[in-house]
Ligand binder design. Structure first.
Ligand SMILES: N[C@H](CCC[C@H](N)C(=O)O)C(=O)O
Length: 276
């Protein structure tokens, strides 16, 4: 056997506005190699590859494919907007189509390519307290927490704070405090946003199970929805995140989102590393 080109587990490294992913294709009856332990090991930026989320593509009888999302702490995420866009771009290319339907824990989602941009419909926002989920009945537009954030579910929970200056927020202290607040029985992703122009927001994010990331698609959707509910913006919003700009459009049939997609490299996890 060639000692350098060894077989192993192939993956693709991608990012969407700096929100980075390892994509593993487990379709066609391939054994499902991804476990919480593997996700943690691959997610380690020093000893593994590093990612914000690992997206595993699997077979689904009702859709073109199914997506399973893992955080770098080994927990599963119910939704991931940027990985959904990245994988949709990959699958549109592979299938030679401008539209794909994929299954997630939340249900069937759709992505389309329009004018070279991949848009994903993340579904309608979940605005009831039990859907987010929150620990008890309360107004999701203004939670009884310091800073009165809004709670929005996008298949995963989000707490959105509107602040004068998102740049000034101490993300690494406020983020984990809110993530672990007892009001969120499944913990929460945390966004801080400030209005910078008409229908334009600056947003920074602390992700549940991952920490500070350069962008978060479901977080951008949740923030746009919360901003519109508060009368701060219209239904189509541009969000400037640390790693790039996302556009969200809250339409009749769900919250659509688009932004940049990059395929960075194709790699193979070596068998020796996989089974030391
Ligand atoms: N980066 C993702 C969201 C990951 C959310 C995850 N941290 C969770 O536990 O819900 C996005 O683009 O939507």
């Amino acid at each position: 056997m060639d000692p350098i080109r060894t077989p192993g587990l192939p993956f693709i490294k991608m990012h969407g506005a700096g929100n980075d992913f390892v994509v593993i294709d487990s379709r066609n009856g391939a054994a499902r190699p991804v476990t919480a332990e593997l996700a943690r090991a691959v997610g380690d930026r020093h000893r593994g590859v590093g990612f914000d989320q690992l997206a595993e593509i699997t077979d689904d009888p009702q859709a073109d494919y199914r997506l399973v999302f893992w955080n770098s702490d080994g927990t599963e995420a119910g939704a991931c907007g940027n990985a959904s866009r990245c994988v949709a771009a990959l699958m549109m290319e592979a299938l030679g189509r401008d539209e794909v339907r994929f299954a997630t824990r939340r249900g069937l989602l759709r992505a389309v390519r329009e004018d070279g941009q991949v848009w994903v419909n993340m579904g309608p926002p979940q605005l009831g307290w039990a859907e987010v989920p929150l620990a008890h009945a309360t107004d999701t537009d203004r939670l009884p927490l310091e800073g009165a954030p809004a709670a929005v579910g996008m298949g995963n929970p989000h707490a959105v704070f509107f602040v004068d200056d998102a740049e000034a927020v101490p993300l690494t202290t406020r983020g984990p405090q809110v993530e672990h607040d007892p009001l969120f029985p499944q913990r929460t992703n945390v966004e801080f946003a400030s209005l910078t122009g008409p229908d334009r927001l600056r947003m920074r994010v602390w992700e549940r199970g991952t920490g500070v990331t350069l962008a978060c698609g479901s977080g951008a959707c949740a923030t746009a929805v919360a901003a519109h509910r508060r009368g701060l913006t219209g239904r189509r919003v541009t969000l400037d995140l640390d790693g790039g700009t996302l556009v969200v459009d809250w339409r009749e049939d769900g919250v659509w989102m688009t932004g940049p997609v990059a395929r960075v490299f194709d790699g193979v996890l070596s068998p020796a590393w996989l089974a030391p």
